[in-house]
Design a binder for this molecule. Structure first.
Ligand code: ATP
Ligand code: MG
Length: 291
């Protein structure tokens, strides 16, 4: 579809795509789309940072191009590489035919042997794409500086081929879990939005949207219990994804209620650390009560 014309319209299409964005997030996305500014989403674990980029791509009819960041990621993996194996085969074929003209050698570093990686793909696709740069906090400093360069002019120079640039840049969504602070320079390039845990009512809505058919009563109880878990001092507090998982698990088991016993048996859907498990087990009565 064309770009939505209002924040309300964007909220509606996202909902149709299965994503509930609150006013703040929808506004940030709308501005980012309209002004061609990258958006940086930070927030707790499992609150829908990655998902919103996927749903945006789907509802806007754009291609999702994902660059998953990790420790040690380098520019080759992000930009392009030469297809070394195919180049070797080609060289062998050439030498068998005793061809040695410089043209044939030049072609070795032409488009045929270029392997596009996400950033180059995104620059080529331009506004036909949503570029998701996921978990940028995992990459190291140098990579961040390099990203900054790409994001500032959306052009990539390949010495052997030339400069490739995007006439109209893709929508860029960066996500971070804040395992480290990002540089000011990168933040300055981007619009910023923090996604926290949704309020209970909203979380119920999200679960019912993602897991249609589950009992609303059960969902309310699980949401209340999860919210208590988030107040505890857990190493890995549960995100929205865990809430959905827990409701689905209980629903699958045919449960309509969250009592201590069944909560204990299904804790693996929400609590995923051994120490956390012990803490939660000791307080299960309180966590599941009075929901
Ligand atoms: N607002 C929302 N609307 C619809 N679904 C949501 C929403 N928030 C979270 N979800 C659900 O939660 C799941 C997890 O979200 P996602 O993977 O995007 O989290 P994340 O913030 O990227 O987490 P992480 O920090 O672990 O990468 C999604 O698959 C989706 O089902
Ligand atoms: Mg994510």
């Amino acid at each position: 579809m064309d770009c939505p014309e209002t924040v309300g319209q964007l909220t509606d299409v996202l909902r149709d795509g299965g994503y509930l964005a609150d006013r703040g997030l929808a506004t940030a996305l709308f501005v980012s789309l309209s002004l061609h500014r990258p958006i940086l989403l930070e927030g707790e674990v499992g609150v829908g940072k990655t998902e919103v980029a996927k749903v945006l791509a789907a509802v806007l009819g754009r291609r999702l191009i994902r660059l998953q960041c990790y420790e040690g990621i380098d520019t080759n993996q992000a930009l392009y590489e030469w297809d070394y194996a195919r180049q070797m085969l080609h060289i062998r074929a050439l030498s068998e035919r005793q061809v040695a003209d410089s043209d044939a050698v030049d072609k070795l570093f032409g488009p045929r042997f270029l392997l596009e990686r996400p950033l180059l793909e995104a620059v080529r696709a331009g506004d036909q794409a949503v570029l998701l740069i996921d978990e940028v906090d995992r990459a190291d400093d140098e990579f961040e500086a390099f990203l900054l360069e790409v994001l500032s002019d959306f052009q990539i120079s390949i010495p052997e081929i030339g400069t490739i640039r995007a006439d109209s840049p893709p929508l860029v969504v960066l996500t971070s879990n804040r395992t480290r602070e990002l540089h000011d320079a990168l933040k300055r390039r981007c619009l910023y939005h923090w996604i926290g845990y949704p309020p209970a009512e909203r979380e119920v809505e999200i679960v019912l949207l993602r897991a249609p058919g589950v009992s609303e009563t059960l969902t309310r109880k699980v949401v209340a219990a999860v919210s208590r878990l988030r107040e505890m001092d857990l190493a890995k507090p549960p995100g929205v994804a865990e809430t959905i998982d827990w409701v689905r698990t209980l629903d699958f088991l045919g449960e309509n209620d969250l009592h201590t016993e069944i909560a204990e048996q299904t804790l693996g859907a929400v609590v995923k650390e051994r120490d956390d498990l012990e803490l939660v087990r000791d307080n299960l009565e309180e966590i599941t009560s009075g929901a």
